[in-house]
Every structure is written in C-alpha cells, then in structure tokens.
Ligand binder design. Structure first.
Ligand code: ARG
Length: 245
C-alpha cells in the first residue's frame, strides 16, 4: 500500500501528466522580445517561441494557453505553479539554474550593442567612457553583462526592451546592450540613418525552456521533443519564419 501511495505521489509530481490530464499546456512568457514573443497589431502574441509552444502542445495532444507575465516575476510564477513552463527566450544561467531546471538549449544567442550611428565601427570598449550612457533592460542577462563590462560609462535600466531601444534612437543614450536577435531586428526596422549595430557577440547565451526542479519526466520529454523537431525539419521551418540571417 505504501509503495502504491509512493507511485501515485510520483505520478502527481510529473507536470507532464497533469498537462495531459487537464488537456492544456500553460506557458509563461513576456511579450516584447522580438522575434521570440511580441504582440501583433491586433494584440495577439506571436513569435518563434509561440510557434514552438504550439508544436509542443500539438505533440502532447493538448491545447496551448499563453500566460503573459512580467519578466520580473517570471521565475516566481513558474515556482508557484502559474504555468507549466517558461518559453521566453530565457538564457540558461548558472544562477537561474540553482532555482529551476532547463531543457537542452533550443538556440544560442549573445549580447550585442545597438548604438548611435556616430559609434559605427567602434568596439564595445570604446563606449566605456564617462561621457557615454549605456542602457539595457532590468533583470536580464543584458544588465548582468553591462554591469560586468562597463565600468566607466553611465548605466540606465528600463522595464522594457522597447523603452531602452527608444532611448538610443532618440539620441538620449549611446548604446543598448541586449540579445542580438532583438538588436538586429530593431536595427533593420528603424536603424537606417540613426543607428549602428555592433554585432560582435559579447557573451555566450544558450536559451532554454525552464521548468520546476525535480521533474525528470518532463525534462526527458522536452529534450526528446527538441531532438526530434531539430532533426525532422520542424524546427527549421519555424526558425526560417522568424530569423532571416
Ligand atoms: N535572454 C535574456 C535573458 O534571459 C533576455 C530574455 C528576455 N525575454 C523576454 N521575453 N523579454 O535574460
């Protein structure tokens, strides 16, 4: 009887079983990080992560429910069970990994600098001067990299990547440190005569799906899902939809 109770306990702890039982996969994400998750003109959340989440739900045979969540509370939301998984362009850092588990990386990016046009051709270290202002988003790896690397420049942080990028576009800041895919798209859309993309990657950042600790069933499913989609053409089809370079 005890053994049976233990079995039932284990079964209940598997997020995967609860997803299948309720017939819905809930995904926490913060729209605003192009091309991973952003809102279209009608307010729908779209992007690379959304398409992957859809594929994931399809493979589980369940519906998908997106749970938009501020970056600030995105890990807390996972830990308190507000959603089953975070798919939000999250970098696998050793610090975050103390609190949550990550499936194998689904893509790798790095920090780059979206700069004023006058800084075109410069290196990041040329911008580390007291007369320059570097902006980034609060609580992301861009902030960590900025504080680690920029010792002389002024640093200002913003709630959203859009607000930070706008400061550079306005000429109120010299550069924004953020994930390369975002900077590349912002530069392509609005940069032509005002911005430069210093596109050498300053960091190595594998991005991963995050789940609660102690759930090997779910982790195993996710890694096998990734392996399958990366090798059967599904991943490439989704990737090509959102990444041009
Ligand atoms: N990769 C960066 C990090 O993990 C930024 C991710 C921001 N994601 C988002 N959906 N806003 O810190």
């Amino acid at each position: 009887l005890n053994a049976m109770a233990d079995d039932i306990n284990l079964w209940q702890k598997s997020t995967l079983n609860s997803i299948v039982q309720k017939g819905v996969l809930t995904v926490g994400l913060e729209p605003g990080y192009m091309p991973f998750e952003m809102k279209d003109k009608q307010g729908n959340i779209i992007g690379f992560d959304v398409d992957i989440a859809n594929e994931m739900a399809k493979a589980m045979g369940v519906k998908l429910q997106l749970v938009p969540t501020a970056w600030d509370g995105i890990i807390a939301g996972l830990l308190t069970g507000k959603y089953d998984i975070i798919i939000s362009g999250m970098t696998i850092t050793q610090e975050r990994n103390l609190k949550i588990n990550f499936a194998n990386p689904y893509i790798t990016v790095g920090q780059t600098i979206l700069a004023n046009k006058k800084h075109a051709g410069k290196k990041w270290s040329d911008l580390d001067k007291p007369e320059y202002t570097i902006v980034t988003k609060i609580g992301v790896t861009g902030e960590i990299a900025t504080r680690k690397m920029f010792k002389k420049a002024k640093i200002r942080t913003f709630e959203t990547e859009a607000d930070a990028a706008q400061e550079v576009l306005n000429g109120n800041a010299d550069g924004m440190v953020y994930d390369k895919p975002y900077n590349a798209i912002f530069f392509a859309e609005k940069g032509a005569d005002k911005l430069a993309h210093l596109s050498d990657e300053l960091t190595y950042e594998p991005l991963g799906f995050a789940i609660r600790k102690g759930d090997p069933d779910f982790l195993n499913w996710l890694d096998n899902f990734l392996n399958q989609t990366k090798n059967d053409g599904t991943y490439k089809k989704i990737y090509d939809r959102w990444f041009t370079e």
